[in-house]
Design a protein around this ligand. Structure first.
Ligand code: PMP
Length: 287
């Protein structure tokens, strides 16, 4: 049986959930989205995701026609319609139906789409073995062009990077910014552990401010691990003791190889696994 999809207040069978070919979300990638997860029937980090969605929309001058509370209720209704308690939720807000031509002011009301499904980004075996990642030539968007803080429907920057990593037979693409500083991966934020200090690139290099990233920084601080946002080059990664990626879908995935260099002892790090366990405990208890 197919999924039930929410479009603009209606919950429809997957086959009937359609949007116009004139929607600027399709024509120009003009819109914003969120990837959220629900564990045991509870939406995880809901407020943070709502804030980021509405901030992304504000940054592109898109007024979402319903409140955050209404949006949260609509997500819950869609999950219920699909009888899901554990779910990956894709929330999409497009600019709406318009004319050919860029002008967003010629578009009708924004279209809201909620897909509640399941996702397995990486296999269980990879969490035990660790991921092999490569740095790619596609640089992360410069924030003066399209700020990576905006979770927009325009993901070609990330897709081009992802294509390079697939071509190289690696699990993820490490993106640098225009100055050569480590930014983030195509769909995840990056952390390293060096001399018992947890390091992650600062927001100023041009990254999506990951919600999992923020939670991990808090969890590490609670564990007494110093956390620093620091500029890093690939060299810093190559000499790291541990490395891992964070994201809503991935949670925390260990990295054991970067550009062919073995990280630590080539197995998922101790602190990495500890953080993964604590994060999963948090998803069970709610946040
Ligand atoms: N960076 C990028 C480019 C992403 O698309 C994502 C989300 N998949 C992340 C980082 C991680 O963000 P979050 O922890 O909020 O899912």
């Amino acid at each position: 049986m197919g999924l039930k999809i929410y479009i603009n207040g209606q919950i429809l069978p997957q086959e009937e959930a359609r949007i116009s070919v004139f929607d600027h979300g399709l024509l120009y990638g003009d819109g914003v989205f969120e990837g959220i997860r629900a564990y045991n029937g509870k939406i995880f980090a809901l407020d943070q995701h709502m804030d980021r969605l509405y901030d992304s929309a504000a940054a592109i001058s898109l007024k979402i026609p319903i409140t955050k509370e209404e949006m949260a209720n609509d997500i819950k209704k869609t999950m219920e319609a699909n009888k899901l308690t554990d779910s990956y939720i894709r929330l999409v807000v497009t600019r709406g139906v318009g004319k050919l031509g860029l002008d967003p002011n010629k578009c009708s009301t924004p279209q809201i789409i909620i897909i509640t499904d399941t996702i397995e980004l990486y296999s269980k075996a990879l969490y035990e073995k660790g991921l092999d990642i490569v740095s790619v030539t596609t640089i992360r968007n410069h924030f003066s062009a399209l700020d990576p803080k905006i979770k927009s429907l325009n993901y070609l920057n990330n897709i081009l990077a992802k294509l390079e990593s697939i071509q190289a037979g690696a699990g993820e693409a490490l993106m640098l910014n225009k100055d050569g500083y480590v930014a983030e991966c195509a769909g995840d934020n990056l952390f390293i552990l060096k001399n018992n200090v947890l390091l992650t690139p600062p927001a100023s290099v041009g990254i999506l401010i990951g919600i999992t990233r923020n939670i991990i920084m808090k969890l590490a601080a609670e564990m007494g691990i110093p956390v620093k946002e620091e500029l890093m080059t690939r060299y810093d990664l190559y000499i790291a003791d541990e490395c891992f990626l964070t994201g809503t879908a991935a949670e925390i995935i260990p990295v054991v190889k970067i550009d062919g260099r073995t990280i630590g002892n080539g197995r998922p790090g101790k602190i990495t696994l500890d953080l993964l366990k604590r994060y999963r405990d948090l998803t069970k208890s709610g946040f």
